[in-house]
Design a protein around this ligand. Structure first.
Ligand code: DI6
Ligand code: FE
Length: 404
């Protein structure tokens, strides 16, 4: 008897992004068949059973299908905005100067503390919709603008709520160790006590976080303080990731690797020893060209070293109000190519397969392979390079999340 599917996309060209195929894992005359939201077949039309039966057949008219896009690093949920700070920067102030003068992250903290969960959801929805409008099907969202237990939990709850309002998988990361709140009176160690002993256990108990992140930086937390947060995350069974080596070289990549972090992110100032440690630990390098561009950083992440050591590279928006007000993964790819000299296959893998790996969900999404969720982006393009090459143009034809 003929095998029965829910939906079949045919007459398509596939960029499967499978890790076991070279480049994009392209298939020129391809078919995708789905049942119960999962991919059952993604391959050549010539190998697909001619008598297959399906509730719906979708003729893709030669369009390209990639995996649904993954934005593996965002701070999408926050109150207020920082357009004013941008104006100050245009007058000459640097990102670090503004942070040290009490602006920066802590000004967003004040606005976030004042916002209700409903207000946080409402202000984040247009940003989420911008990502979805370009084919995103999985989006990570961090806390880190509450810096007290109640507001951190409200931010994470707002992030979870976004996932019920739109057809998208939301992965949350607790980033209590993002900045020092004013009421901590400059005592970073005591604040880290609060993060470890109160915030993290409460967040874990409520099931609000899928991972734990920290900002290890001169203007944020030290290696020792970060390690304390990671020890507690480990005790609670939560994977870790790290904002590492963004503005200075403090050995963040090596520390992330020591804790077998899912990812280390930013990495502009990472040295070769850090890269080697990441390779050994299987930690993904998440590169964030939007932040590099927006704060006019000049030190580039060591892309060539990541390549030669075999460290997987992901790309993400880092969408946040201070250093990367970016809601476009297509533009993140263009920046990855133009600013960091990543090639087309690396850019596309960065917002699909490697983004999924950086979130620990590669067995669920990120490539076109049987068994995974049927998360697709269908594009009106002639060749995949167009997705990377164009600036400010969105050729998305249709987005499919879990088969619909
Ligand atoms: N690194 C960043 O670039 C953002 N957070 C972080 O840890 C900046 C967040 C902000 O300025 O609001
Ligand atoms: Fe970030």
């Amino acid at each position: 008897m003929a095998e029965r599917f829910d939906r079949i996309w045919h007459n398509a060209r596939l960029a499967t992004m499978r890790a076991d195929r070279p480049d994009l894992g392209e298939i020129e005359r391809g078919v995708i068949a789905a049942r119960d939201g999962r991919i059952v077949y993604a391959g050549a039309a010539s190998d697909f059973p001619a008598d297959a039966d399906s509730i719906q057949w979708i003729d893709c008219e030669g369009r390209w299908i990639t995996p649904g896009l993954v934005d593996c690093h965002t701070h999408l949920v926050y109150g207020g905005n920082r357009a004013h700070e941008f104006e100050l920067r245009l007058k000459g102030a640097s990102y670090e100067e503004i942070a040290r003068a009490g602006g920066g992250i802590v000004s967003t903290v004040a606005a976030t503390r004042q916002a209700s969960e409903a207000e946080l959801v409402a202000s984040a929805l247009p940003r989420l919709d911008a990502l979805l409008g370009e084919g995103a099907t999985t989006v990570e969202i961090k806390s880190g603008y509450g810096l007290d237990t109640e507001t951190e939990m409200r931010q994470l709850a707002a992030a979870r709520s976004l996932g019920r309002r739109r057809k998208v998988a939301i992965r949350t990361s607790f980033l209590g160790a993002h900045a020092l709140p004013a009421e901590a009176d400059g005592d970073k160690d005591r604040y880290i006590d609060l993060v470890c002993n109160e915030m993290l256990p409460a967040v874990a108990k409520a099931g609000l976080a899928d991972a734990v992140d920290a900002f290890m930086e001169g203007i944020a937390f030290s290696a020792e303080q970060t390690a304390r947060v990671f020890e507690m995350a480990r005790a609670l069974g939560l994977p870790v990731k790290l904002h590492a080596d963004q503005l200075s070289s403090l050995g963040g990549a090596a520390l992330a690797a020591k804790f077998a972090a899912l990812s280390a992110d930013h990495l502009e100032h990472t040295d070769e020893a850090g890269v080697a440690a990441m390779a050994k630990a299987g930690t993904v390098a998440v590169l964030l060209p939007g932040a590099f561009y927006f704060i006019r950083e000049t030190q580039k992440p060591p892309v060539e070293a990541f390549r030669s050591h075999g460290v997987p590279m992901a790309l993400a928006t880092d969408c946040n109000p201070g250093s990367s007000p970016l809601t476009s993964l297509l533009l993140a790819m263009n920046m990855g190519a133009t600013l960091f000299r990543m090639n087309v296959a690396e850019c596309l893998a960065g917002i699909t397969r490697e983004g999924a790996r950086a979130l620990g969900v590669l067995d669920e999404t990120g490539t076109l392979e049987p068994g995974k969720w049927c998360d697709l982006a269908i594009w009106d393009i002639e060749r995949p390079a167009e997705l990377v090459y164009r600036i400010g143009f969105n050729p998305l034809h249709r987005r499919v999340w879990r088969g619909h």
